[in-house]
Design a binder for this molecule. Structure first.
Ligand code: MOS
Length: 720
């Protein structure tokens, strides 16, 4: 493995994007295209007792109204070890407000909307629980995560702190709305959809509609942000649109309005975190007890135990007892949303570490550095690489941390603006998925590389291109990188920050094999020109090679699992554990009159192993920090206790960070290859970027004001 840093390189797709040439799912057009609009349930729980479609069918342009009668019954659940259940279609049983109950298909979007408004469902409603503290909410304990004996160690601690933290319900809001276009022709179903896992979408639609997956192709070449919302085993609308295309024999498109997405898509659940930390006389953290619970739908599977996956591995705390519970209520299922568990759990845990530092009268950077580990406390296995202390030291240096006066409220600007400096860390599992790739370099000047992965905007195509163009003298203008397409290669779900660890090692292997094939072909002859020219000179139309990679500990079975859509490994590999790390240093300024909080500067230093694409990597970190600010100070979904559902289901009322809130974000990387995680030494980055930054902000607010705010979002009214 060569550890030479990869050079900075512009996004390979930037030129098309800034010219508006890039086609997203909602842009796709077909002759004869029909437009669909969903009709949703206006009760939170109960049964749809009738569905009058006559008025809708009289709207000019309406072609058809799909109802629950148009769908086959769903197969029974496969049980815990079987494949995930496909998404439900249209049903008369209502589990949450906003559940789709009918789909209107029309010749124009306007007719589809008018038709949807004219559909008259009737309901028999039942009592429901809309929130974690509603009557009827059911607590369901889940698996514990333990190491050592936390109770005994806590009893022996000389300093302890205990506090409870809360993170609200928050919704993903990628700019791109959920969109699906389905085409039914010649016995094949082709689905264009913004999906992080087209393999899962294919299996999900096949399951929902009782179809053979072999007749389904799913394509998602470019995605306008996803963050976990477009993952899973297919979205609920996909099978509805596919069925509409089959019933009408016309292409059908649905772009869900944002107000509906709030109600039907997954979201970050409201979660409660009770943390107890114990340190010995030297300031070594020796014990942690942590209970987490969150809101959950009646059938949802987003696991609360995973709140422990990062806190348990952040430091060398040998005695850890983690417990967790679902609280089941009548809403749609929560799910994975950018840094899913560690965002709230490291807000809680890294706030608690700050509280402990103050109680110990230790500098919070020094306390963290002194609690390092090279062992995974959960498994006892070594960590394959961990440079968190390097992140802390580099960040402290760049930020100027030594200039900080620790006393809360001690740093003020001349106009009375309170200044706070805070620090916090994050870690996130570094996972890997097997991948299969084909690379074809042609004498005509073109190159095609096809593999597993999805471009959500994070820059995976740019990272793949960096490896291809770094290793092969090929024409960059005629390089096609085919990903997010079930016809190009088996497609895993691209999520959990394992996209690069899936795509990059297989790309590097393809480059090596191609170089070997070319040198065999040329057999020592020196031929001028790039690879295409060389092939032309020896009259070889193209060279194509196929390669595959598996994760540490996996064998060829993993490639079969990949062909079925899912084969992720890590962070616990057989011999070691791999985590990515970050340290955030934050300055907040709080205006004396309005109490408005702004964040003029941040330094974030990440250990994500080797950096393949410096520009898009830094961009991921900036995005994570911006979102952590938004999660800490702005975003909360308001749940309607009276009717279920949400009150602020649009971007006018769901408040997010704006440009003026945030100043400079200085991003750095340790850029040390991980020796064990994969052949390229890289670790995941996208999600760890966000982890801990909300805690750093809350810690900075404490430093500015002396107010320890343990419930997000922190707003002006909490600082009065
Ligand atoms: Mo990840 S939850 O797909 O941002």
């Amino acid at each position: 493995m060569s550890a030479a840093p990869f050079p900075d390189r512009a996004r390979i797709d930037a030129f098309d994007k800034v010219r508006g040439v890039t086609e997203y799912t909602a842009d796709i057009k077909f002759p004869d295209l029909l437009y669909a609009m969903t009709v949703t349930a206006r009760i939170a729980k109960g049964t749809m007792t009738g569905l009058s479609t006559d008025a809708a069918m009289r709207v000019p342009g309406v072609v058809r109204v799909l109802t629950p009668d148009d769908f086959p019954p769903l197969p029974p659940p496969a049980g815990e070890d079987g494949p995930p259940s496909p998404p439900p279609t249209l049903e008369t049983r209502i589990a949450y407000r906003g559940q789709p109950v009918a789909l209107v298909v029309a010749k124009t979007l306007e007719a589809a909307i008018a038709g949807a408004e004219a559909v008259r469902p009737s309901f028999a409603d039942e009592e429901f629980s809309s929130r974690i503290d509603s009557k009827g909410a059911k607590r369901e304990p889940t698996e514990d995560w333990t190491a050592g004996n936390a109770a005994e160690a806590m009893a022996g601690a000389t300093t302890t702190i205990e506090a409870s933290y809360e993170s609200p319900t928050q919704h993903h809001n990628p700019i791109e709305l959920l969109a699906t276009t389905a085409v039914w022709a010649d016995g094949r179903l082709t689905i264009y959809e913004c999906s992080q896992g087209v393999g899962g979408t294919k299996g999900g639609v096949a399951g929902s509609l009782s179809l053979d997956p072999a007749i389904i192709d799913v394509k998602s070449a470019t995605i306008g942000g996803a963050f976990g919302q477009k993952g899973g085993f297919g979205q609920r609308q996909t099978a509805l649109v596919a069925r509409a295309a089959m019933l009408t024999s016309r292409p059908v498109k649905l772009v869900l309005p944002r107000g509906q997405i709030f109600h039907v898509a997954t979201y970050r659940p409201n979660s409660l975190h009770k943390v107890q930390l114990g340190a010995d006389a030297n300031g070594k953290m020796i014990a942690a007890r942590y209970h987490a619970e969150h809101e959950q739908s009646l059938t949802g599977i987003f696991p609360p135990s995973d709140y422990h996956e990062s806190p348990m591995r952040m430091y060398g705390i040998e005695n850890y007892r983690g417990t967790a519970a679902n609280i089941r209520i009548d809403r749609q299922a929560p799910g994975y949303m950018r840094a899913p568990h560690p965002q709230p759990s490291c807000f809680a845990f890294e706030s608690a570490v700050d509280e402990l530092a103050y109680k110990l009268r230790r500098d919070p950077v020094a306390l963290r550095i002194a609690n390092d580990t090279q062992v995974d406390p959960k498994t006892g296995n070594p960590l394959s690489s961990r440079f968190l202390n390097e992140c802390l030291k580099e960040g402290a240096e760049r930020f100027g941390w030594s200039q900080r006066t620790p006393e809360p409220g001690s740093m003020k600007a001349e106009d009375g603006t309170q200044i706070g400096w805070g620090v916090a860390c994050g870690c996130y599992p570094s996972m890997m998925t097997p991948a299969i790739a084909t690379l074809r370099v042609s004498a005509n000047g073109s190159t095609r590389f096809a593999t597993s992965g999805h471009e959500m905007g994070q820059g995976i195509r740019t990272a793949i291109a960096a490896v291809l163009l770094g290793g092969l003298d090929i024409n960059p203008d005629r390089l096609e990188i085919a990903i997010g397409d079930t016809t190009a290669a088996p497609q895993h779900m691209t999520a959990g920050s394992w996209g690069s660890a899936g795509a990059i090692p297989v790309t590097a292997k393809a480059v090596d094999r191609m170089r070997a094939a070319v040198s065999e072909l040329l057999a020592g002859r020196q031929i001028a020109g790039n690879l295409h020219r060389q092939l032309a000179t020896v009259r070889r139309p193209f060279i194509e090679i196929e390669v595959s990679e598996v994760a540490p500990g996996q064998n060829a079975d993993a490639l079969d699992a990949l062909r079925q859509g899912y084969a992720v490994a890590g962070p616990e590999y057989p011999e070691f554990t791999t985590m990515s790390y970050i340290a955030h240093f934050v300055e907040v300024r709080i205006e004396p009159g309005t109490r408005r909080v702004r964040m003029p500067r941040v330094v974030s230093i990440a250990d994500c192993g080797r950096v393949i694409s410096p520009r898009t990597a830094a961009s991921q970190v900036r995005g994570g920090v911006v979102w952590a600010f938004s999660a800490a100070l702005r975003e909360a979904t308001e749940i309607d206790r009276r009717y279920g559902g949400y009150l602020n289901n649009d971007l006018a009322d769901y408040v997010v960070a704006v440009n003026a809130d945030i100043g400079e974000i200085d991003v750095g990387f340790v850029d040390q290859p991980d020796p064990l995680a994969n052949s390229m030494g890289l670790k995941g980055l996208g999600e760890v970027a966000m982890v801990g930054a909300s805690a750093a902000i809350a810690n900075a607010i404490f430093h500015a004001t002396g107010k320890r705010l343990r419930e997000l979002p922190i707003r002006v009214e909490h600082l009065l």
